[in-house]
Every structure is written in structure tokens, then in C-alpha cells.
Design a protein around this ligand. Structure first.
Ligand SMILES: [Zn+2]
Length: 158
């Protein structure tokens, strides 16, 4: 079980991608992913997926990060809970939407929450002298995802 996350590039939206095989069926889904409308056949989905992969030099993804496995997530949750205080630092988005107790299946963080998430991440990285290498790696990955989300206007997808 592993935790990955990515942010899509904007090439398709910016019209930089090559023409879609059936543009009349092309649509954006609610997570900001290129998708197909109607009742596409298996062949149409395959052609669409191939098109997404070949659509630009990024293969559709600006940033893609491996965030760790379930053990690491558990460790990070304990670490963040220990860091929280009253009054004091709080990490609601990290704890409720990134490293919660459970698995991500096609979750995403809406782009309007990315700046708040970045503030949580920066707060943790501000105490980098107490972070282990693994913890630092995780939060730097999160920072790259937040930066990409804010720059593109696309959500962080897990
Ligand atoms: Zn691209």
C-alpha cells in the first residue's frame, strides 16, 4: 500500500496538446482530469488514455510524488499530532486530507485549499532541525505538489 500524489500540467487546457481523437466526447471531470462524456467504448477509452500520455512532454503530469507507505503515514500522523499545540500550530488539512487513517482512492484537494496546505507544510519545514530525513523528504514533496497546484490552478490528486 503506497501513497502517491500528482498535479496535472496545463498543456491540454492551454491548447498545446495535439488534437483529441474524438473532440466531441472530450470533457473535464470534477477532479480536473481529462475524460470522456457519453458512453465511451473500451477502444475509445484506450485511445483517450493513449492521447493523454502523448499529449505533451509531461505526459499530462507536471509533478508526481511518491509520498510513502502506510507505516510512514502512521508515523507522520503521530509526529504531526505531537507538534500541534493549544494555542499553537494546527495541521487540519495534512491530518484530515493527506495522511488520515485510511486509503486514498481518487481523492483530491481542491485548488482553493492549496495555499492553506502550503502554509501547514511550511510551518512543519520551519522546524526542520527536528525532522528526520524521511520526514523532511515527505514535506518537501508536499511543498512541490502545493507549489505546482498553485501555479497551474489544478488540484492535488492522490
Ligand atoms: Zn504538459
Amino acid at each position: 500500500m503506497s501513497l502517491d500524489a500528482f498535479v496535472r500540467c496545463t498543456c491540454i487546457r492551454d491548447g498545446k496538446a495535439k488534437p483529441h481523437p474524438f473532440p466531441e466526447k472530450f470533457m473535464w471531470d470534477e477532479a480536473g482530469a481529462p475524460s470522456l462524456s457519453g458512453d465511451p467504448s473500451e477502444e475509445e477509452w484506450e485511445a483517450h488514455d493513449r492521447w493523454v500520455q502523448e499529449s505533451c512532454e509531461h505526459e499530462g503530469y507536471l509533478v508526481s510524488e511518491f509520498l510513502g507507505n502506510i507505516t510512514r503515514a502512521q508515523h507522520l500522523r503521530d509526529f504531526l499530532r505531537g507538534l500541534q499545540g493549544e494555542p499553537g500550530p494546527k495541521f487540519p488539512i495534512l491530518l484530515k486530507k493527506v495522511i488520515y487513517d485510511g486509503t486514498h482512492t481518487g481523492d483530491w484537494i481542491p485548488v482553493k485549499e492549496s495555499p492553506a496546505l502550503l502554509r501547514e507544510v511550511d510551518l512543519v519545514l520551519g522546524s526542520s532541525d527536528i525532522l528526520t530525513e524521511g520526514e523532511k523528504e515527505f514535506f518537501l514533496s508536499m511543498k512541490r505538489l502545493c507549489d505546482a497546484s498553485i501555479a497551474t490552478g489544478n488540484p492535488i490528486v492522490f
